[in-house]
Ligand binder design. Structure first.
Ligand code: NAD
Length: 266
């Protein structure tokens, strides 16, 4: 039996791509899953699929940059499924442009989704993780932030993304220290390129901006530094998140785990 059987997990951006697979993986491990996304229709489809397999899930409409929406969404999740044990802060977008052409609006949007979203959702779930159980001990929990290889290195055209993904390391390490004595562990999972809508959109964009073919974007820009020229998969990332959630102690906390076919090694 998985150690997260019966726990309650919130996954943001879980209507699509990596978040969707994480929701399914945590559900297969026995957690009740809250599918929180801007895209309510997509979130409902994921929740319905999980419920259709006989497990517990619910969809919550949530813009992670909106303080009131995050507070209300978490409150509704707690009311329905119980106090939150796991947060996977995963919602994200990509906007590519060279710095000199990067619109301030886009910069603010990127930082709001990736950093404000991570902060607001963390703050909303912590009271549940810090609350004391009948034994007088804090309930504890696990927070996983979706970073990227771009939490550790830079690429052209991605100033806001690289800045935000580096920033998550700071939030996660601070939470690991503040939460340690109350049983809260915190990590950043850092995937290489994964074929999701977020990446599919970038291939023609980067081809245009860099003046190379789409095949060259894939072969040289996206996979050129991997050990085997292979994309990371949503399953690779979801299994890593599950492992971190199931890990039994704070021997493993405050870490950044890179899942990238060797693109980045540390
Ligand atoms: P995706 O586009 O498939 O899914 C992103 C989801 O986030 C969508 O369902 C979208 O509706 C939701 N979302 C966007 N803005 C939101 C908001 N303000 N509030 C709530 N939900 C919002 O993308 P993905 O590739 O699965 O990316 C998920 C995460 O993984 C992102 O943080 C991304 O930066 C990170 N990541 C992706 C890759 C990759 O190669 N795909 C690599 C490293 C890291």
């Amino acid at each position: 039996m998985s150690s997260i059987e019966g726990k309650v997990a919130v996954v943001t951006g879980a209507a699509s791509g990596i978040g969707k697979e994480i929701a399914h993986e945590l559900s297969r491990a026995g957690a009740a899953v809250v599918i929180a996304d801007l895209n309510l229709e997509g979130a409902r489809a994921v929740a319905d699929a999980i419920v259709g397999e006989g497990r517990r899930a619910m969809a919550v409409a949530m813009d992670v940059t909106d303080e009131a929406a995050v507070e209300a969404g978490i409150a509704r999740a707690v009311e329905t499924l119980g106090p939150i044990d796991i947060l996977v802060s995963n919602a994200g977008i990509q906007i590519v442009n060279p710095i000199e052409a990067y619109r301030f609006d886009d910069w603010r949007k990127m930082l709001a989704i990736h950093l404000d979203g991570a902060f607001l959702t963390t703050r909303a779930v912590l009271p549940h993780m810090y609350a004391e159980g009948a034994d007088g001990k804090a309930r504890g929990g696990t927070v996983v932030y979706m970073g990227s290889v771009h939490s550790h290195q830079a690429s052209k055209l991605k100033s806001a993304y690289v800045t935000a993904k580096h920033g998550l390391l700071g939030l996660s390490r601070t939470l690991a220290k503040e939460g340690g004595e109350r049983g809260v562990r915190s990590h950043v999972v850092c995937p290489g390129f994964v074929r999701t809508p977020l990446v599919d959109k970038q291939i023609p964009e980067q081809s245009r901006e860099l003046g190379i073919s789409e095949e060259e974007v894939i072969r040289n820009v996206m996979l050129g530094q991997t050990v085997d020229g292979i994309f990371t998969t949503v399953e690779d990332v979801a299994q890593t998140v599950r492992f971190l959630c199931e890990f039994p102690s704070a021997a493993l906390t405050g870490q950044s785990i890179i899942v990238s076919h060797g693109w980045h090694m540390q």
